[in-house]
Write a protein that binds this ligand. Structure first.
Ligand code: TRP
Length: 453
């Protein structure tokens, strides 16, 4: 009976949990950020460092967050202090993480509005009528329209709210189990087309050829930031998802699958994008420039196939953003619900505040009305991007891992890793605990300090 109660308010199966968490991890970061920074910081050289961070720091954090969540069945707002009642200040780590989630949600909403808009324009053929040199202006024009992008954002957000209100199992888990496989199929189709274009090999080389001179300490820092961002760790979302994990889920194994899935999708994205970019004589760019200005030119030069390619690509991006935004909204909703608010009220409140921030931030983008308003030399949009990408998650991750490795009771950890003694604690678990105690915090400190200097 008690088993049943646990699972009815959480994920129903390990597979569902993996799909939901992978849905959170796989997002805009995989598709438009990873390929670019990988190429920029020396391809294969960056990849080696990235692998290390992903498996030895990111995955360690994912495991830790899952354990904290499942042990307490609480959100980050309460989980830390529940495990350490004598030190209630630990809860600030959780609250700090939730703040980061809120900021990321605002950015996600802006970009999702643009992406849904572009999906619509490729579906209706508007994009295919624009001449190559017109895309930069088209994007600026679209992004600075006061209403259109917001309407798309609202549609996107309504869908997220709808899923959240469906519940953890019937909403989030079900939608993730449906959308993630679709995402992979779309991505594989795009990869095959891209890799078979004449001249594709130049793009593959850009992504994989190791150039250590381009790496530097900046590249190492970027690799760490990207590893944390891409796995959605260091902000407590995985604590919330951990609190929904089935009692018999093998936490280390699930973390491994989620991590592999995230990494694979990032690499496949690179293979879908860069060979096509190079084959069409374009140069790689980052973020908005790549997705809304370079890629449409690539799609148009591929004729009718390109049109389909374009529809698939923007759909892929919408789906990736959707499952991530759902997890962000869920974390914040669950937090307010834990404080006593009704889930529906909480979801609507968070959404409204996030829309507000996203509209303000989007006015600061490009030539928007707030673009000349700067804080510390950055526009609001750039500031949000910087805070959520490079600053807040590593700090929060460091505190989380110190809490896990040094302040959480060993028996609690052992109990969760062994599923209350029903599975054996092998060398792999011990190795990961060692990473959590020593390797991950030291690596995080080194990278943070060199980054600051
Ligand atoms: N992992 C997401 C991506 O790759 C971004 C992200 C960071 C995120 N933290 C998150 C998504 C927390 C959901 C929840 O794009």
């Amino acid at each position: 009976m008690s088993n049943k109660k646990n699972t009815s308010s959480g994920f129903n199966s390990s597979f569902g949990a993996i799909m939901a968490a992978a849905g959170s991890a796989v997002g805009l970061g995989n598709i438009w950020r990873f390929p670019y920074i990988c190429g920029k910081y020396g391809g294969g050289a960056f990849l080696i460092v990235y692998f290390f961070f992903v498996f030895f720091i990111g995955m360690v954090l994912m495991m830790s967050e899952f354990i904290i969540g499942r042990r307490t069945r609480l959100t980050p707002g309460r989980a830390y202090s529940a495990l350490r009642p004598q030190h209630p200040n630990w809860r600030f780590v959780g609250l700090f993480g939730l703040l980061t989630c809120f900021l990321i949600l605002a950015i996600y909403l802006i970009i999702s509005g643009w992406t849904l808009g572009y999906f619509w324009e490729s579906l209706t053929g508007i994009l295919s009528k624009i001449p190559d040199e017109g895309f930069a202006d088209h994007f600026k024009f679209f992004a600075s329209l006061p209403l259109r992008p917001v309407i798309f954002t609202v549609i996107f957000l309504l869908f997220c709210v709808f899923v959240i209100l469906g519940g953890v199992e019937k909403g989030i888990e079900r939608v993730s189990k449906l959308l993630m496989p679709i995402l992979v199929v779309l991505l594989v189709i795009l990869c095959v087309r891209s890799l078979t274009l004449p001249g594709a090999s130049e793009g593959v080389a850009y992504l994989f050829q190791a150039d250590f001179t381009k790496l530097g300490s900046e590249g190492v820092l970027a690799a760490l930031g990207q590893a944390l961002f891409s796995l959605s760790v260091g902000m407590g979302v995985m604590i919330v998802y951990g609190s929904y994990l089935p009692v018999d889920d093998n936490i280390l194994k699930s973390s491994m699958w989620i991590t592999l899935c995230d990494l694979l999708i990032a690499i496949l994205s690179g293979l879908a994008i860069f060979p096509a970019v190079f084959a069409c004589g374009q140069t790689p760019a980052e973020g908005p420039g790549l997705v809304y200005q370079v890629l449409p030119v690539v799609f148009n030069s591929l004729g009718t196939v390109g049109r389909l390619f374009s529809i698939f690509f923007f759909l892929l991006l919408v789906l990736a953003a959707l499952t991530s935004a759902i997890s962000l909204l869920e974390a914040l909703t669950a937090f307010l619900h834990e404080k006593g608010m009704q889930r529906s009220t909480a979801a609507v409140l968070v959404s409204s505040l996030a829309i507000l921030l996203s509209v303000v931030a989007s006015f600061s983008f490009g030539n928007g009305i707030l673009s000349s308003f700067h804080i510390a030399g950055l526009s609001i949009f750039e500031l949000l991007d910087k805070l959520t990408g490079a600053v807040l998650p590593p700090v929060c991750a460091l505190l989380t891992i110190i809490f896990f490795g040094w302040f959480m009771k060993k028996e609690d950890i052992r109990d969760e890793l062994s599923n209350h003694g029903t599975i054996k604690i092998g060398w792999f678990n011990v190795f990961y605990y060692f990473l959590a105690r020593f390797v991950a915090p030291i690596a995080l400190i080194i990278v943070l300090v060199t980054g600051l200097l």
